[in-house]
Design a protein around this ligand. Structure first.
Ligand code: GLA
Length: 392
C-alpha cells in the first residue's frame, strides 16, 4: 500500500471520519551546501531542500480544537485554539502549536483541525526536522483557511515560532530553504533582505552524500547563542571604533579586503576569529556559486573543504566526530569536497562523491568512523527535492 494511503488509514483510526476530506502536505528537510553561521550575520547562504521531510494530513474541524497526532511519537495532544501556550510536556507538538498560536493571534483562524504528522528526517541530526514541521504547519493551515500563500512570509513565521515560542535563536536559512526550495536547485539566499535565487545544482556524475555522526548535539544551543552574541559584539565594536563604519549593521557587509584592514580593532582574539570566519565564508559562498555555474565542481569541492576548516579553526563549532568523518571522506578517491553542515557540535556532514565511489565511500568512511569514535554513522545519498507543497 502506498505510504499516503497508510497514513490516511491511520488518520481515520485516530480521528474518525472518511478519507475524502483529508488534505496532504509535505515539507522537506534541508542540507546547507556552504555558508555556515552566516544567516544571522546578514550574508549569503546556499542550502538545498531534501526529498525526506514531514508529511502533514489535515482536516478542518467544526469547533476550536486542535487534535494532533504523530506517527513517530505516541503522545497525542488536544488543545483549544485559545489555549496554545508552550508546555514542556506537550513535547513534539510544541512545534506546530507555536506556529498555529502565532497565526491565530494575528489572523483569527476560522476553526480547529485534526492533524497527523509523519516525518522521516532523523531527529536532532541537524537536517532541520523542526523547521520542516513548522513550515508544513504554516503552509497547510494558511491553505486550509484559504489565505494568501507567500512562501517568504511562511519562512518568517516559522522562524518566529522557533525564536519566540520554542526559544531557539536560529536564523532564517532553514525555514527559507524549506519554503522556497526547488527540485535539483540550491537556494542562494541573501539573508539581510531575503533576496534569493534558485540555482541549478548540476553535479553531473557526482552525488551529495550526507553522513549522520549520530553524535548528540550537547550544549549546541548555548554555544550557538554565544556565537551570535560574539558576532553582534564585534559589529558594535567596529561601529564605535572604525570611522566610516558607524552604520555597520552586519558582519557580512564587510568584504575581505576591508576586514583585513580593520581586524586589529577587534582586540579580543576569539572575537576576531569569529568575525574572520563570517567575512571569509560569506565570500566563499559567492565564489562557490560562480564555480558551480561554470561547472567547476572540483573547485566547488575545495570551497567546501575550506569552509569546514574555517568552522573548525576560526568559528570552533565542529567537533571530533565531524572532523573524523570529514577527514575520512577526503581520503576516498572521487570525493571532491566534504564539510560539516548545519549548526555543528554533532549532526551531519555533506560530501560531493563520484557516483561510482558512493558504495565504497559509505563502507570505508563508516568503518573508519566507527573505529575512531565508537559510533555508528549513517549515510544518505540525497536528492534535492521541492519546497513545501500540497501533495493531494
Ligand atoms: C542552524 C540554524 C540556522 C543557521 C545554521 C548555521 O541550522 O537554525 O539558522 O544559523 O544553524 O549555519
Amino acid at each position: 500500500m502506498k505510504l499516503i494511503e497508510q497514513l490516511k488509514e491511520r488518520f481515520i483510526e485516530i480521528h474518525g471520519g472518511n478519507p475524502v476530506d483529508i488534505a496532504v502536505y509535505h515539507a522537506p528537510g534541508r542540507v546547507n551546501l556552504i555558508g555556515e553561521h552566516i544567516d544571522y550575520n546578514g550574508g549569503y547562504v546556499f542550502p538545498a531542500a531534501l526529498t525526506i521531510g514531514t508529511a502533514l494530513l489535515v482536516r478542518r474541524r467544526s469547533d476550536d480544537k486542535l487534535h494532533m497526532a504523530s506517527m513517530g511519537f505516541s503522545l497525542t495532544v488536544q488543545k483549544s485554539l485559545f489555549d496554545l501556550s508552550y508546555q514542556a510536556e506537550d513535547d513534539w507538538s510544541n512545534f506546530p502549536k507555536g506556529v498555529i498560536s502565532i497565526l491565530h493571534a494575528e489572523q483569527a483562524l476560522l476553526s480547529g483541525f485534526d492533524m497527523l504528522f509523519y516525518g522521516n528526517i532523523p531527529n536532532g541530526a541537524g537536517l532541520s526536522s523542526s523547521a520542516s514541521i513548522e513550515v508544513v504547519t504554516a503552509f497547510a493551515i494558511l491553505d486550509q483557511e484559504g489565505r494568501e500563500i507567500n512562501r517568504t512570509n511562511i519562512a518568517r513565521l516559522a522562524q518566529r515560532a522557533e525564536n519566540e515560542y520554542i526559544g531557539v535563536k536560529c536564523g532564517i536559512m532553514d525555514q527559507f530553504a524549506i519554503a522556497q526550495g526547488k527540485k535539483d536547485h540550491a537556494v542562494l539566499l541573501r539573508c539581510n533582505d531575503l533576496h534569493y535565487e534558485q540555482v541549478p545544482f548540476e553535479s553531473g556524475s557526482y552525488q551529495l552524500v550526507i553522513g549522520n555522526t549520530n553524535k548528540r548535539r550537547e550544549l549546541a544551543h548555548s554555544a550557538y547563542n554565544e556565537r551570535r552574541s560574539q558576532c553582534e559584539a564585534a559589529v558594535q565594536i567596529l561601529r564605535t571604533v572604525v570611522p566610516g563604519l558607524e552604520n555597520l549593521k552586519w558582519l557580512a557587509d564587510l568584504n575581505e579586503a576591508q576586514f583585513s584592514e580593520i581586524a586589529g580593532e577587534l582586540k579580543d582574539e576569539v572575537m576576531q576569529r569569529r568575525a574572520r570566519h563570517v567575512v571569509e565564508e560569506n565570500a566563499r559562498v559567492l565564489r562557490s556559486v560562480d564555480l558551480l555555474r561554470q561547472g567547476n565542481l572540483v573547485e566547488f569541492g575545495k570551497m567546501m573543504v575550506l569552509s569546514h576548516e574555517s568552522l573548525r579553526e576560526l568559528y570552533e563549532v565542529s567537533c571530533r566526530e565531524l572532523d573524523v568523518m570529514v577527514e575520512a571522506a577526503l581520503q576516498i578517491p572521487g570525493v571532491l569536497g566534504a564539510r560539516m553542515t548545519g549548526a555543528g557540535f554533532g549532526g551531519c556532514t555533506v560530501a560531493l562523491v563520484h557516483e561510482d565511489q558512493v558504495d565504497e565511500f559509505i563502507h570505508v568512511v563508516g568503518d573508519t568512523y566507527l573505529r575512531e569514535t565508537g559510533l555508528t554513522g549513517e549515510f544518505y545519498v540525497s536528492k534535492i527535492g521541492d519546497g513545501v507543497r500540497r501533495v493531494e
